[in-house]
Write a protein that binds this ligand. Structure first.
Ligand code: AKG
Length: 243
């Protein structure tokens, strides 16, 4: 680096990618990333929770390894217990994570910031104070892992999705709400980046076609691959499976 500021930081302003989709680069501090990596390993090795696993969809194993807090995700639905893991329940969503989710929305959707986003749907700013995520999906991408285009529509709430990335940079594909195909916008999610999608884009198709191995910052505690944590409100009260 031949200047005080890396080009990558200068060229990565906070942007509204699509209506209601805000990309906030380097939102997490290095300390916060370290903390989340530590928690990631704790969650993954805690015998009381859901072990990291590769869910099957339509008979195919996903390449991503998933664990979750709050609810278990399988077969496109949420349950409080995981039948395939002997009825184990996910660990609870900690309070600090709810605060983190609210801080993320406050930084992306509050009145102060929302005025910068001409395409942000009306009324989204109220969400910053009331967001109470009851599920965190914790994905680990090995260097070759990817995630196909899909909609997050198992939730019964129109609250935004808050997404945090740590480790290697990934190509994130933001699509449209109607089809899995183009038009879509590709953006790079680097370690520490926040992405929020809500309002008109809450149900957009999206995916991760690629992780860029070896791109994590040198001081990142994750040796390789990428962690992605999405915080959501399920809107589900019933402890039984929902569809
Ligand atoms: O890894 C990402 O950035 C996206 C994750 C995702 O789409 C999901 O968990 O539904």
């Amino acid at each position: 680096m031949d200047s005080l500021f890396a080009d990558s930081e200068i060229n990565r302003p906070v942007r509204e990618i699509l209506p209601g989709v805000i990309h906030y680069p380097s939102w997490l501090s290095t300390e916060q990333q370290d903390f989340l990596v530590k928690k990631f390993f704790e969650w993954g090795s805690d015998s009381r929770g859901i072990p990291p696993h590769q869910p099957e969809i339509f008979g195919h194993k996903m390449s991503v390894r998933l664990t979750s807090l709050g609810w278990h995700w399988a077969d496109y639905r949420y349950t409080r217990q995981a039948a395939e893991f002997g009825g184990a329940s996910p660990l609870p969503v900690p309070d600090w994570m709810v605060r983190l989710g609210r801080a993320a929305l406050a930084d992306c959707y509050s009145e102060n910031h929302a005025s910068q986003w001409p395409r942000l749907g009306k009324g989204l700013t109220r969400w910053a104070n009331s967001f109470t995520p009851d599920i965190a999906l914790v994905n680990y991408y090995a260097p070759t892992a990817k995630m196909g285009m899909h909609q997050d529509k198992e939730e019964r709430s129109d609250m935004p999705v808050v997404s945090l990335s740590i480790g290697d940079t990934a190509v994130f594909r933001a699509g449209n709400t109607l089809t899995k195909t183009a038009p879509y916008t590709d953006l790079l999610l680097a370690s520490g980046d926040l992405l929020v999608f809500g309002g008109p884009s809450r149900f957009m198709y999206h995916g991760v076609p690629k992780v860029l191995p070896g791109t994590a910052p040198q001081d990142c505690r994750l040796d390789q691959g990428r962690i992605n944590i999405t915080l959501r409100e399920t809107g589900l009260k019933d402890p039984q499976a929902q569809r």
